[in-house]
Design a protein around this ligand. Sequence first.
Ligand code: FAD
Length: 464
Amino acid sequence: MSAETAARELRRRGRVVVVGASLAGLHGAEALRAGGFTGSLTVIGDEPREPYDRPPLSKQVLLGRTAAEATTLPRARDLDVRWRLGVAATGLNLAERRVSLADGDEIEYDRLLIATGTRARPWFKETEAALDGVFVLRTADDAAGLNRHLAAGPRRVLVVGAGFTGSEIASACRERGLEVTVAERGPAPLVGALGGVVGAVAARLQREHGVDLRCGVTVTALEGDAAGRLRRAHLSDGSAIDADVAVVGLGAIRNTEWLAGSGLAAGPRGVACDAGCRAFDVHGIVTDDVFVAGDVARSPHPLFGYQFLSLEHWGNAVEQAEIAAHNMINSGLDRRPYLWVPAFWSAQFGVNIKSIGVPPMGEEIVVTQGALEEDRFVVTYGFQGRVIAAVAFDQARWIDFYRRLIESAAPFPPDFPNVDRRAGGIRPIPADFPDPSLPSHGPTVTLSGYAPSERRLQFTPARA
Ligand SMILES: Cc1cc2nc3c(=O)[nH]c(=O)nc-3n(C[C@H](O)[C@H](O)[C@H](O)COP(=O)(O)OP(=O)(O)OC[C@H]3O[C@@H](n4cnc5c(N)ncnc54)[C@H](O)[C@@H]3O)c2cc1C
């Protein structure tokens, strides 16, 4: 049977299993159906709830504008999925194409999509993590529990870690009128994701909004009272902070333990896959029946020197799930590479933050629009002489323009006419500015084994 005939047969009556019933899992299931898959589709999720959206948990839900229960993701009608919710996948037998479940059940598949995402890194001392008032924020239950606790009376909140989740929590708690201390090991908030220049702006914003921001310190211990309620936190600089709520925002752990011993290249950094979302086995050989999408995936990105990227972004989960689903039920050159330019947003301290590209790869940074002091700007990041990323504070409308600069490997610093870098005013990019998505003289890259991309990817600066 030819590969095309096999793919057609699979689309008609194959068995697809998706593990992880959240954003990537749901979008993968929808994309399979939209792509003409009429076989059996089973989605397994260890949370008892239907797939729901996480970004509102640290924003609208914490502000009391949306109930944690009201975050259920809309889904296509007639999806025709066999949901197995509230039961974890515990193992994978690659040779026999079988997933084992915690309730003893075993489910066979022709194609498997791994979309098990991440979980919150818990506080490192178990007895302290168990104190009443100590929280992480990853699930709807976490958000509901934290909300109940915050609503129970005046609270002094300690946020441990000033990454995106920690900073959003601090922002929401300040908006609720609570006293907030943020303890961050790095020199400023968001430094790991956006670098020191933007981090300094984030630090100023936090302080202007009344956050007691302590940088360059770690929390060494959480102390409770006799009733097991959190009372105090001790910091590495010898100081102590009174607190009756601590939200631990120390990053995420990838949910790959259930794949231990399966033979897949899965570990703490995620499940490695190729540019078409096909999982690698431990020998570095790509499988043809196991695919990966969302926060748990680690895939090489052609635009970023084929570096393996682990992206914890909403847009990545959606886009990657669609590519994975497409490739699961197609073969050969009908398959597509995953070329989405990483992008995410955050809302905190009254500012809308949008990022495009991979800021942590940046070697240099320049303010291309606006002024840092005014909290309305776009900064552009450069890597080896080309634009690699941009971050906008309250200037989201420009993000698509910067995406095209990144896709076309525009030279860094970008050469914008009429943009006044000193004055600080946001000037429009002129209508006659050359469309950076038009091909120039960088080499075009094709990925062997995948359909040619609609985009031309260029690896050398277009105007060196
Ligand atoms: C509080 C918060 C705020 C966020 N805000 C933003 C934002 O502003 N912008 C942005 O771009 N992104 C944001 N994100 C990130 C975004 O929500 C994630 O990128 C997205 O949820 C990833 O989807 P996923 O399906 O890959 O993984 P997840 O959402 O982590 O889902 C994985 C699912 O698989 C389940 N699972 C795990 N192991 C097993 C197993 N063995 N068997 C069965 N099921 C299993 C998990 O319980 C979970 O339900 C935020 C995340 C959080 C937590």
